[in-house]
Design a protein around this ligand. Structure first.
Ligand code: UDP
Ligand code: MG
Length: 310
């Protein structure tokens, strides 16, 4: 069985086009398919449309979360409910062309456990998004101990064995791309041109993307902590040297009062470095706190299974 998992947040506008295109593609591969749709607390009629779709085509299953949990949690929910031997997370806005799936399945049959769909170029995204995305991947490739493939979203095919690993990961902070990459496995890649959104506006605005980028960095590396250590060591070394210099100069030349500028600079600089370091430490503590609470990642309010019999 082949599963497609689609998180959806206010996607009613493009939903019929999405089902039409995905269904045709899946039908061409195998009759044993399912589309697991996760309604991530939509405020439009996405859930109604999902119910209608399920009534027409029972292989379209849905979960409805109790509120908006964000894309990563919604995707996690969908992955937990997928039953296929191969699973493909896909965006509901048709930015991940479903026509790539047959090619991915072919590579999976050749023995690859993961098939990435990597975009050749970003169409319909402004320079700021492209620039920040590039910067982020550059940073991650230098920070993380494993490669997070550039220009590759959540759109990929995963074997059930890979998914089993993902499901075992207990962390609350779900930077899915990172978790997928962390799992490893024999990986192939297909290239595609990412089109602009089919309908509606992007739901992942810059504040969400900024949070996502922070999650990526702080949940996959402790380098920021080490940087503060090195910064502290460097400053201490410098201040010891400077203290000797001052002591000797005072012995030789006597005390001179001026020095307001250097004093002020030192006080402000040290203060700034300390606040920055506390902030970085705090970022990790906040994350430890969130993890220790062990709250569920998402809450399913209803699903196609819970309402199987009308
Ligand atoms: N999405 C979601 N919950 C959210 C935000 C987005 O389930 O809180 C879904 C959205 O419906 C879409 C996918 O995640 O299917 C990607 O969202 P979007 O197109 O806004 O992001 P981008 O393409 O800019 O990464
Ligand atoms: Mg999109």
């Amino acid at each position: 069985m082949l599963s497609v998992v689609a998180p959806m947040f206010n996607e009613s506008e493009g939903l019929s086009a999405f089902f039409a295109r995905v269904t045709v593609v899946l039908e061409g591969i195998t009759p044993e398919w399912e589309i697991v749709c996760v309604n991530d607390g939509s405020t439009d009629n996405t859930l109604e449309l999902l119910k209608q779709q399920h009534a027409r085509e029972p292989r379209v299953r849905y979960l409805s979360l109790s509120r908006n949990f964000g894309k990563e949690a919604a995707l996690t929910a969908g992955l937990h409910h997928a039953r296929g031997q191969a699973v493909v997370p896909i965006d509901a806005d048709l930015q991940d062309p479903p026509e790539l799936i047959p090619e991915m399945v072919a590579l999976w049959h050749q023995g690859f456990k993961v098939v990435l769909a990597t975009r050749r170029q970003r169409v319909g995204e402004d320079w700021l998004k492209r620039f920040t995305a590039r910067g982020f991947y550059w940073l991650m490739s230098h920070l993380a101990r494993f490669d997070i493939p550039e220009n590759t979203g959540d759109f990929r095919l995963m074997d059930a064995s890979v998914l089993a690993i993902i499901r075992q990961m207990p962390e609350r902070t779900r930077f899915m791309k990172g978790l997928f990459a962390w799992a490893g496995f024999r990986t192939a890649q297909v290239m595609y041109d990412r089109p602009a959104r089919a309908a509606g506006a992007a739901k992942q605005d810059y504040s969400r993307l900024w949070r996502l980028a922070k999650d990526g960095i702080f949940s996959f590396t402790t380098l920021p902590l080490r940087i503060t250590t090195y910064m502290g060591a460097l400053l201490s070394a410098y201040s010891i040297a400077y203290a000797f210099y001052l002591a000797i100069r005072t012995l030789v030349r006597g005390i001179d009062v001026p020095g307001y500028a250097s004093l002020m600079t030192a006080v402000l600089f040290i203060g700034g470095v300390q606040l920055l370091s506390i902030g970085i430490v705090g970022e990790y503590i906040g994350r430890i706190y969130r993890e220790t609470k062990q709250r569920p990642l998402f809450v399913v309010e209803e699903s196609s299974e819970s309402h199987a019999q009308p």
